[in-house]
Ligand binder design. Structure first.
Ligand SMILES: *Cc1c(COP(=O)(O)O)cnc(C)c1O
Length: 372
């Protein structure tokens, strides 16, 4: 049977990118971020691929952490910003899951726990104003948790708002905010984590004790496809050409006839659309790799198909495979053409796209249907 659409996931590339992150981290430890189904790559497969190399994993939801433990992943796990009731806090203690505390109520709940032991990452809102305690409340929570018998280790963390915009001074302000507060608290020796991928790449002074790379592990550079840091795409999204037709100059293509052929054109219809997670707002000219060539998306993206201008591309045939993003077309470039970010594209690949896993380490390729 001809395949239609698939995402090939290269776990060797995932490990290679982790090695790049570890190298940049210097002496800092690496918390590999696996939230949102490992950015759409498959949570347990990604964790298994990285478990020997990552110091710890971070996820966003308790369910994700439980899934990893059920799959036998024994690495240190950090549950990023969520709200946990007493039972869930106990569950985290039992399963050795570190929790992030960003609100006073959870702090109070931890203080009243008996017979449970937890590692706690206390989160400061150093300026992003999304999650985290403001400085005064952070100082209070720090004092409360430092002496709390339920807390086996207290760590500090915060998150940057603009680390992917190199020229903005805001990251410096956020760094200074935390530094000043830790000095006031006499807590400079408490383990600290601030850097996401962008800060890890661009702000060496933010690396501290733990770094938290996410997007770069999957091979997407937060500074765009032109940045020199060598990362390898982990996901290759491919689909087949379902139809080919030649149209005269002046004929429109697709819904609404938004694109009109400027010259006699050969149009390939490819079996992938927004129902698979290809971005509906990708504009005319978005790159698509066809054989050795880079062709252009033309016309509106449909639910199950797109149209690609393959005029002048030699030897194109029905059934041929094209790459929508991966090793030839950077996902960040497709994102740019669609007015979005690589994170949204990778996490947006829908369950009907089968994932196939490849790992040079054990040379046993496996196939899994849907989101793993
Ligand atoms: C998602 C996330 C990260 C990883 O960010 P990237 O930009 O993907 O590197 C790090 N820390 C927190 C708190 C996050 O939510």
């Amino acid at each position: 049977m001809l395949t239609t659409v698939r995402a090939d996931i290269d776990l060797t590339a995932l490990r290679r990118n982790l090695a790049v992150a570890s190298e940049l981290a210097g002496g800092a430890r690496v918390l590999a971020v696996l939230k949102a189904d490992a950015y759409g790559h498959g949570l347990t497969a990604a964790a298994a691929g990285l478990s020997a190399d990552a110091d710890a994993f971070a996820v966003a939801r308790l369910d994700e952490a439980l899934t990893l433990r059920e799959a036998g992943i024994g690495n240190r796990l950090v549950l990023l910003g969520t709200l946990l009731d007493e039972g869930e806090l106990r569950q985290c203690g039992q399963l050795d899951i570190d929790v992030v505390v960003h609100d006073p109520k959870t702090c109070a709940r931890i203080r009243s726990l008996r017979g449970t032991h937890l590692r706690v990452w206390l989160k400061l809102d150093s300026g992003m104003h999304r999650l985290g305690l403001p400085p005064a409340a952070f100082a209070q929570a720090h004092r409360d948790l430092r002496d709390c018998p339920a807390v086996t280790q207290l760590l500090h963390m915060s998150h940057f708002a603009s680390a992917d915009e190199p020229d903005k001074p805001y990251t410096t302000q956020q760094l200074q905010c935390f530094e000043q507060l830790r000095r006031q608290l006499g807590a400079e020796s408490v383990a600290l984590s601030q850097a996401n991928s962008a800060a890890l790449i661009d702000r060496p002074e933010s690396r501290a004790d733990w770094v938290r790379p996410g997007i770069m592990l999957y091979g997407a550079n937060p500074f765009g496809a032109g940045h020199p840091l060598a990362l390898t795409a982990v996901m290759r999204l491919r689909a087949n050409i379902l139809a080919l037709r030649d149209i005269p100059a002046g004929d429109p293509v697709g819904y609404g006839g938004d694109w009109v052929a400027p010259r006699p054109s050969r149009i390939a219809t490819v079996g992938i659309g927004y129902g698979d997670g290809y971005p509906r707002h990708a504009r005319n000219g978005t790159p698509v790799a066809v054989g050795e060539h880079i062709a252009s998306l033309v016309g509106r993206v449909s639910m199950d198909s797109i149209t690609v201008d393959v005029t002048g591309v030699p030897a194109v045939a029905i059934g041929d495979e094209v790459e929508l993003w991966g090793t030839r077309v950077p996902v960040s470039e497709v994102a740019r053409c669609a007015g979005t970010i690589s994170y949204a594209l990778l996490t947006g690949v829908t369950p009907r796209v089968p994932r196939r896993y490849h790992d040079a380490r054990d040379a046993t390729d496996s196939t899994a249907d849907g989101a793993v």
